[in-house]
Design a protein around this ligand. Structure first.
Ligand code: ADE
Length: 223
């Protein structure tokens, strides 16, 4: 079984629409078959704690063979534009700060900085994205409990972590997946530039971007 975790209502709707699944509320797991694969879908709600809780519960209840986190993100890389996809090479938590204990920014006690995604899932996603002719990048996802809408903060995250995009759940799911030895991948479509215009851009493009990210999962499941 493959577990798929979204965060927001818009991301959940995109998933349920694509897969003809019944939409349920936050933290309610929906089982089904998609493209011949057993799947379990859930909307975690926004932020790292919701995401981590939801991922651990999913693993305990369903023992998924892999977890995919799907949704939208703010672009950090200037070459990424609204609608472009990011396939995670790894994930970091940009708001994790124990620098006073001598750690570098983002270093997570007991886990480290970089949480690497599953290589085989990355390759499947890349193949599916290029077969669909989607504009994508394989890169680092920087997660934190903050909606980034400031050029200064964006610049700090981008340069400190060399990350492609920022969102609020992926690295928390990554941490839980790694600690449980479950392969994971994050697929995000850009909804905004994580700058002054981010709130407006987010609301304008969130549905389109979420649908695009889901389209890639659909193609991956088919393959
Ligand atoms: N998700 C989509 N855009 C985002 C942003 N700018 N910051 C954090 N999470 C996001």
């Amino acid at each position: 079984m493959i577990g798929i975790i979204a965060a927001t209502v818009q991301e959940r709707e995109a998933l349920c629409k694509a897969f003809g699944a019944e939409a349920k509320g936050p933290m309610e797991y929906v089982r089904g078959r998609m493209e011949g694969k057993d799947v379990v879908l859930v909307q975690a709600g926004i932020g790292k704690v919701n995401a981590a809780l939801c991922a651990q519960k999913m693993i305990d209840l369903y023992q998924p063979e892999a977890i995919i986190n799907v949704g939208v993100a703010g672009a950090l890389d200037p070459d990424l534009h609204v609608g472009d996809l990011v396939i995670s090479r790894d994930a970091v938590q940009h708001d994790f700060d124990t620098m006073y204990f001598g750690d570098s920014p983002g270093y997570v006690s007991g886990v480290g900085l970089s949480m690497p995604a599953d290589q085989a899932l990355m390759e499947k996603a890349e193949k599916a994205a290029s077969a669909l002719g989607l504009s994508y990048r394989i890169g680092r996802v920087a997660s934190g409990d903050q909606f980034i809408a400031s050029p200064e903060k964006k610049e700090w995250i981008a340069t400190t972590f060399q990350a492609s995009c920022t969102e609020m759940e992926g690295a928390a799911i990554a941490q839980v997946a790694l600690l449980n030895q479950v392969p994971f991948l994050i697929i995000r479509a850009i909804s905004d530039g994580a700058d002054d215009g981010a709130p407006v851009s987010y609301y304008e493009f969130v549905e389109m971007a979420a649908e695009r990210a889901v389209k890639l999962i659909d193609a991956m499941l088919k393959s």
